[in-house]
Design a protein around this ligand. Structure first.
Ligand code: GLA
Length: 662
């Protein structure tokens, strides 16, 4: 709908009624009856005429003159012919060139959601100032009129955000929305693009030993540990305190041998090259527990799905070393689903042709000082429809050990058909069975449960033999929810401890395939800040750190996010604590993780759409006096702070710092 008013002619064109200026108009008309000005004034552009493909929103697609689900725009029974149907969090940038007069609309939650618990905040932000804020609007609330002056403004941002309880059901309508413009046309433009800024300095040539400070192994089993060390090669490695039976290769820094008897062994690793020396204390704990710090590695799933092959696994192991990932602690190279063919006459599982020699493949991975992981499902079929372990559990456990694998991810798919119920005993049975079987093998095999959190698995995953357990569904389907997932995981953070890890699924930055339809790897779609946030949150939660993108397409930015040893140190801290939420507003929250040395790792998180100041008050984070604060992404000391530390955190960003008293 356009409304055009011609000054001087005394006529309204296009059959449009006079607006507020009519008094003024009559006066001018009376004084200057013959004046004719030929310019066009006050054109109303409906919002739905603009390019809606520029809108960024949390669910579905923005619709012109329809709700997000393509029904008539309806707010509290009032039906609107024109307007924009969108979904929180929704953001639209409109350039005005300083020529607009006003934005008018009626904002509200669309009736199409029925009585569902929506809650939306609508905002109109003009050149950085919020000139309209609807407050929390719920389903059934009458449409709220918006009338905002745009005089002289360059940019209007229309924002419909969730009101602190997630975006579910937040169908947001900007109904009857028009921009009144004296001259020209408003233009919807894409949200400003973030630059992929590399924050972390490259590791220097001098050695720096990274990785965990504590390591669990079962007495008598094969032992393998590559001392993760950045710095120029060649490098000379040495150790004091290594228990008998273990040998450190001075050139590769790989420790091999037989795990020592039950007990704690204090070891010091040293690395030296022409540029300097590094030393690191390391405790080896012989006993029942494995994975005393969160497991770190790579899993092929979100990159390669059913395309995975033996050469691709070997290549991933090569890249884990050549890219420097192994030098900061990445260790496991895991094949996920889709390697299985069928059972042979003896019942043993036979891999498909893409995996001609599993034992040779794990030997290849081990020779690099890395470990190998594999996948199965307790049901008759895996999630991708391949042969599962049902009724062949003992054979599979033995086969996995014989092949030389060091980790098993055990899914749930198709087990529901044979579980005989969903009570706790039924949920636990397949994992208890596999957990016991793996313990009987003469290898240390880490067990990762993948049953999406059913039956509050965090309460019993360790008891049935698991070392980590997925806390939810596949993150590949809900990558935009990393902040909410982190908040949810922190609520069950007390179940996170050495050898027992909540697993919110893999890190998906860089190039990843589409979880919808097993698509080929493409840039992940997360902004640079979201990628930093992903890693920061996973480090603060002490989650297993498995990269699951395409190793062959790792670029400098992705590696800088994945490989910051100071961020990883937060993840690998021996206390194994998950961060707690120290304080929270609608858009921001502060996470605090207790570290073994008494320092705190703090994440100042902004899940909102705009850069904002996030404050960490000492009272909230449980410190007092002067605190030395270090920016972990930039590896830079920020100085001493008293009472509080604050940072301007970008959209969907996290400022990750570590602080310690004097
Ligand atoms: C499930 C799991 C994924 C992956 C696939 C394999 O969806 O959650 O992580 O292992 O199965 O089919």
């Amino acid at each position: 709908m356009k409304r055009t008013k011609m000054w001087g002619a005394g006529e309204m064109k296009l059959g449009v009624h006079r607006r507020k200026h009519s008094g003024l108009w009559s006066a001018i008309h009376a004084i200057l009856p013959v004046l004719i000005v030929n310019s066009v004034l006050a054109v109303d552009t409906t919002l739905s005429e603009l390019d809606l493909s520029t809108i960024r929103q949390g669910w579905g697609k923005a619709q012109a003159d329809k709700s997000v689900q393509e029904k008539p725009l309806t707010i509290a029974g009032e039906v609107f012919e024109k307007g924009l149907g969108t979904h929180a969090s929704s953001i639209m940038y409109i350039e005005l060139d300083g020529k607009a007069e006003a934005f008018r609309a009626k904002a509200g939650v669309d009736d199409e959601i029925g009585a569902s618990p929506a809650s939306i905040v609508f905002k109109a932000i003009v050149d950085g100032r919020t000139l309209f804020d609807s407050g929390v609007m719920k389903a059934g609330d009458k449409a709220r009129p918006v009338d905002v002056s745009l005089k002289g403004a360059k940019m209007l941002i229309l924002f419909a955000g969730d009101a602190g309880d997630g975006i579910n059901f937040d169908h947001a309508d900007w109904a009857a929305a028009v921009i009144v413009m004296a001259d020209g046309k408003p233009r919807a433009v894409a949200a400003p693009k973030e630059d992929a800024v590399i924050l972390t300095p490259k590791p220097g040539p001098a050695p720096r030993i990274n990785g965990p400070k504590v390591y669990g192994c079962r007495p008598g089993n094969p032992f393998l540990y590559r001392v993760p060390t950045t710095g120029a090669r060649p490098m000379k490695f040495s150790a004091t305190g290594l228990p008998a039976g273990l040998v450190l290769d001075a050139v590769t820094g790989i420790v091999t041998g037989t795990a020592p008897a039950r007990g704690e062994y204090k070891v010091t690793f040293r690395a030296e090259n022409g540029h300097g020396k590094s030393e690191r204390e390391f405790r080896i704990i012989g006993g029942d527990k494995l994975a005393l710090t969160p497991t770190m590695g790579w899993n092929d799933w979100y990159a390669h799905y059913n395309r995975i092959t033996d050469p691709m696994m070997r290549e991933a192991a090569d890249i884990m070393v050549s890219s420097g990932m192994a030098d900061v602690g990445y260790q496991y190279v895991d094949i996920d689903d889709c390697w299985e063919a069928k059972r042979g006459p003896d019942g043993n599982i036979i891999p498909n042709q893409k995996f001609p020699d599993m034992r040779d493949m794990t030997a290849y991975i081990h020779a690099k000082g890395l470990k190998a992981g594999i996948y199965s499902s307790p049901g008759p079929r895996t999630c991708a429809g391949y042969t599962g372990s049902y009724k062949y559990e003992a054979q599979d456990a033995k086969q996995i050990a014989d092949w030389g694998f060091d980790l098993l991810k055990h899914d749930w798919c198709s087990y529901g058909e044979v579980a005989g119920g969903r009570d706790l005993t039924a949920l636990q049975k397949p994992y208890r069975l596999m957990g016991d079987l793996l313990k009987q093998q003469k290898r240390d095999i880490v067990l990762n449960l993948c049953q999406y959190g059913m039956g509050d698995v965090w309460k019993w995953g360790a008891e049935v033999g698991g070392h980590s357990w997925r806390t939810g569904g596949d993150l590949g389907f809900e990558l935009h929810r990393i902040f909410q997932i982190a908040l949810r995981n922190c609520e069950i953070g007390q179940f996170n401890k050495p050898g027992e890890w909540n697993d919110p699924d893999y890190i998906q930055i860089g190039y990843i395939g589409s979880a919808h339809g097993m698509g080929h790897p493409r840039p992940c779609g997360l902004t640079p800040n979201e990628q930093y946030s992903f890693m920061s949150l996973w480090c603060l939660m002490a989650s297993p750190l498995f990269y699951s993108g395409d190793m062959t397409k790792l670029d400098e930015f992705a590696l800088n996010v994945l490989c910051n040893p100071e961020a990883i140190e937060v993840n690998q801290d021996p206390l194994g604590k998950c961060a707690r939420v120290a304080c929270k507003t609608n858009d921001t929250f502060v996470l605090v993780k207790e570290m073994e040395d008494g320092s705190k790792a703090v994440g100042l998180c902004n899940q909102g759409e705009f850069e904002t100041e996030v404050v960490a008050n000492w009272t909230d984070i449980g410190v007092s006096g002067k605190q030395r604060v270090r920016d972990l992404w930039r590896q830079k000391d920020l100085g001493e702070f008293t009472d509080r530390f604050s940072a301007n955190v970008p959209r969907h960003g996290v400022a990750l710092v570590r602080m310690a008293g004097r």
